[in-house]
Design a protein around this ligand. Structure first.
Ligand SMILES: [Zn+2]
Length: 68
């Protein structure tokens, strides 16, 4: 899990860009680790926070309605 975290840190601008490019649709979600947890974002403008990356991912999946 630490390896995944560091790879996320290597390209934070890319992830922020993906979130900043709002399309108004759920075209892409991102989970970004911040100082106080994880910031979850979607290209539709939806945003949320989560305590862990797994929770953030779960929130993003639930948001798009793809949850099994
Ligand atoms: Zn969305």
């Amino acid at each position: 899990m630490d390896d995944d975290d560091s790879s996320l840190h290597e390209t934070p601008a890319e992830f922020m860009n993906a979130v900043a490019t709002l399309t108004g649709r759920c075209d892409g979600q991102s989970v970004i680790r911040g100082a106080q947890g994880y910031a979850v974002g979607c290209s539709c403008g939806w945003r949320a926070t989560a305590a862990t990356g797994v929770e953030g991912l779960r929130a993003a999946v639930a948001h798009t309605g793809d949850e099994a």
